[in-house]
Design a protein around this ligand. Sequence first.
Ligand code: ASP
Length: 341
Amino acid sequence: MKPRILIIYTGGTIGMIEDPVTKTLRPFDFDHLIENVPKVKMLDYVIDNLQISPPIDSSDMNPVYWGELAEAIRDNYDSYDGFVVLHGTDTMAYTASALSFMLKGLSKPVIITGSQLPIGEVRTDGEENLITALQIAAARHPDGKPMVQEVAILFENYLWRGNRSTKRSADNFNAFRSANYPELAKIGLGIAFAPEALDRAPGKSLEFSSAMDPAVTCIDLYPGLTKESLEYQLSQPGLKGVVLRTYGAGNGPTAPWFTETIREACDRGLVVLNVSQCQSGSVMPRRYKAGEMLAGAGAVSGRDMTFEAAITKMMYLFGLGLSRDEVIERLETDLAGEVTI
Ligand code: ASP
């Protein structure tokens, strides 16, 4: 049986062409993209495709598109062995994180890739990324089941867990990294999977949800943040949750106004999730007084979650219509491999 793969094209640099007048890159259609990768025909797979119409720069990605992507995968879940999502790099890690929650319990591969150079350019990284993504989506374990059973980002030399990834470079071909979780595979002459890193838990079943509630925001700490600014950001009408990007191991100012403002927001019913501005390492709320005070005010520890995973996890949990306590309980739980408990 030939592997059956569904490619879902959303846009991004991989399929872009240069505007002849302005010289800026803009998204173009899937036919143009696939014409530039004749080698795809050398793979003995059945490949079908869907596309977001019109394709977008991923800077325009939003929760509505995530819902459409998740639904497209759910609707085609039984008809394909794997899925390849072609996506711009700018928000790829957010989409990967969102899909990992919306498609919880996946037992088939959803491989997201794109490129730094458009597919039509001589030195493009898009051709190799697309071919490798297709091969990973088709890869089988000796037990006959898909090798990858989760949402992952394939870029240049690595396959990363989607909800552990972050875009780290605007120009390096190895544009992504996952500082708190090892690679799922290393791409060289061959594709070397890391069995201990892959989520291949037996008996998984798909728990689908496409509702994302965008009533969340992000607040970045910096020396000089004022009480007025913090209060203003926390008092947006309808706001349900805040990802607070703190210093180091999850620390914030010890000034009483700061702790009191956070406590007051939590008492009003907001969920405040503490993630670190550092790319690697974890929030450790009891390591410093400055972190303990934040925890005491009601902030929930995001441990070693990426910002991308934290904000999309909140949208997902509020989208399920859960109470504040239920949201907090699940923020402290590993739902899709996004956090080390
Ligand atoms: N702006 C592009 C996008 O995210 C960048 C890329 O694809 O690399 O759609």
